[in-house]
Design a protein around this ligand. Sequence first.
Ligand SMILES: CCCCCCCCCC/C=C\CCCCCC(=O)SCCNC(=O)CCNC(=O)[C@H](O)C(C)(C)COP(=O)(O)OP(=O)(O)OC[C@H]1O[C@@H](n2cnc3c(N)ncnc32)[C@H](O)[C@@H]1OP(=O)(O)O
Ligand SMILES: Cc1cc2nc3c(=O)[nH]c(=O)nc-3n(C[C@H](O)[C@H](O)[C@H](O)COP(=O)(O)OP(=O)(O)OC[C@H]3O[C@@H](n4cnc5c(N)ncnc54)[C@H](O)[C@@H]3O)c2cc1C
Length: 669
Amino acid sequence: MAAVDGGEVDHLAGERATAHFDVDAMKVAWAGSRHAVEVNDRMARLVASDPVFRKDTRTMLSRKELFKDTLKKAAHAWKRIVELRLTEEEANLLRLYVDQPGYVDLHWGMFVPAIKGQGTEEQQKKWVPMAYKFQIIGCYAQTELGHGSNVQGLETTATFDPNTDEFVVHSPTLTSSKWWPGGLGKASTHAVVYARLITQGKDYGIHGFIVQLRSLDDHSPLPGITLGDIGGKFGSGAYNSMDNGVLRFDHVRIPRDQMLMRLSQVTREGKYVHSDVPKQLLYGTMVYVRQTIVADASKALSRAVCIAVRYSAIRKQFGSQAGGPETQVLNYKTQQSRLFPLLASAYAYRFVGEWLKWLYTDVMQKLEAKDYSTLPEAHACTAGLKSVTTSATADAIEECRKLCGGHGYLNSSGLPELFAVYVPACTYEGDNVVLLLQVARFLMKTVSQLASGKQPVGTTAYMGNIQYLMQCKSAVNTAGDWLNPAAIKEVFEARALRMAVNCAQNISKAPSQEEGFSELSPDLLESAVAHVQLIIVTKFFEKLQQDIIGHGVKEQLQNLCNIYALFLLHKHLGDFLSTGCITPKQGALANEQLGRLYAQVRPNAVALVDAFDYTDHYLSSVLGRYDGDVYPALYAEAWKDPLNETVIPDGYQEHLRPLLKQQLKFSRL
Ligand SMILES: CCCCCCCCCC/C=C\CCCCCC(=O)SCCNC(=O)CCNC(=O)[C@H](O)C(C)(C)COP(=O)(O)OP(=O)(O)OC[C@H]1O[C@@H](n2cnc3c(N)ncnc32)[C@H](O)[C@@H]1OP(=O)(O)O
Ligand SMILES: Cc1cc2nc3c(=O)[nH]c(=O)nc-3n(C[C@H](O)[C@H](O)[C@H](O)COP(=O)(O)OP(=O)(O)OC[C@H]3O[C@@H](n4cnc5c(N)ncnc54)[C@H](O)[C@@H]3O)c2cc1C
């Protein structure tokens, strides 16, 4: 049981008693191993029991107070990490459960990986230990006021001066100001800055440079550097704890060896040398972060779903006859049909995130061995999955808020802040539309290579079965037939392939490839989504092939997998029908089966969210409390609002009293 700060009475005990499976074993399936459950639980409790990490009044703090509170929490977290000699795994989890975006996320999440991925061994030896000891704090300064998505369009310059063996970093225009980097505004002492490398009069495009921004003595900006925060962001609390910043350079000089030189170098004489590696490795940090964002999607979604499921089991409306009990809103079929697909999606994203982590590690090992063949697929998978999972998660958090009715709109429900913190994931680390177009480009290339007989591999291997998939008809006859994984996989593969081939055919009719791609881009997005959804469904089925232990666990996961797939089929019925993969009758049968699956989830719903093993501290929601004691908590929470500090509000004397005491002057009143 994870609820360290829950009450004595378990209002959800009845719900927990109806579960048909072993919740502890499900925790292992969710977390990945018994070790992962144990370490997650230990770090979550450590954070929950420490008063410095309290966050119940976070949304009421001013921006300055919130930022200072973030600095305090980050420093305290570091102190605990050092005192307790936590491992890297434990430290990462501790920071996760502190649950307040801050400069440390970019320091560990992007600055260090950028140096590790793009720095030479010598550069790593110099910079990484300092970063590991927090002797320097770093951020990732790529985006500018004028360009974010179009990395090649960045304007900051780094011009080599052979006389002094230095680069001169400069912001030539207003639009070249670095804009958005997290941690840049107030905290970072250093940044990995992306700038156009110019040497011997030639522009060699975007490269990474380590630049010191602030004095290590008094934190003031170094000469030639203008720094600040870019201002308040969406929502209360939320991402406002982060100091997203602006940065301008006025001919700032850095030593030549602060160019990240693993992929290409500039010699003492100023000669540009590019190693024999794909240029796209420059984008490696983004690929790494996109992969972690997919794992975060399942965290955020499961959190919202946990709140909505528990509250829906507590909340009662209507149905009372002759004084009998009212109906739990979780029993309404509409509530189930909105909520259970989100529950299933949380599990689906968890497992595809696990697989993506494996893929990423595999690709990295191949790159080390100078095998670059899997790089395009790694890019397509990370970009596509980042895009699909973050968009769906942001929508799902908002749906969970609605599923909690009026109380979901209160900050104390935890859902508004969760949404506000989460929704920029659709934009950062690559706008979701821009990333899906990258997937589409990869798909079009794969389709065009089919004609030449090249066999697609990995996640596009199904395209090799083109003869069959272009003409097959689903054999589903009854609702129960939709429980056959082969039946589901076949229609998802046929839909994805047919949509891609249709796009490719239509592009080929355009005057040029480029014009065709641009004209067809809305269709290409849908085609990319179909391909990515197929990956998620496939990886869920593959997970079910693994050794899953514990009473009833596999059956529950099978139900969730079927719900995930059939819900997508229902939602995108137009795609499946228009590509002729299924008939309207088969679509109706899928929907019938979905209803049956929801009924099977109903008695297990609360236990399925308990398996996420979240503390009340992490959930930070009066509606999602483990003990279900919602109403006293809601009532108590209201009194904490600063407006309730006085009975008579500030402003009464100036603005309310005169209004109430005014003499009526208008004759018609
Ligand atoms: C309630 C409290 C909760 C608290 C929770 C706390 C959690 C919060 C913590 C915060 C977490 C995270 C912080 C967020 C960090 C965000 C940081 C950022 O945003 S950093 C900036 C990110 N910027 C981007 O992502 C920019 C997106 N743009 C691009 O990636 C590129 O410009 C492009 C891919 C769109 C285009 O590239 P370009 O080179 O211009 O052009 P082409 O399209 O022609 O591509 C050429 C060729 O390269 C291939 N390619 C492209 N990218 C890659 C890649 N990454 N890897 C491999 N290959 C790549 C592409 O496919 C083309 O290949 P061809 O074979 O030629 O077709
Ligand atoms: C909270 C947050 C944190 C961030 N942190 C960092 C950080 O630490 N470091 C950093 O360097 N950056 C950071 N960023 C910046 C982020 O990476 C960019 O905002 C993101 O890459 C999107 O780029 P953009 O803002 O230029 O959007 P734009 O590209 O201007 O997007 C505007 C619209 O144009 C559309 N669009 C753009 N190009 C195309 C196209 N080719 N085809 C079709 N439609 C298109 C988009 O879909 C979107 O609808 C952060 C951003 C946010 C919101």
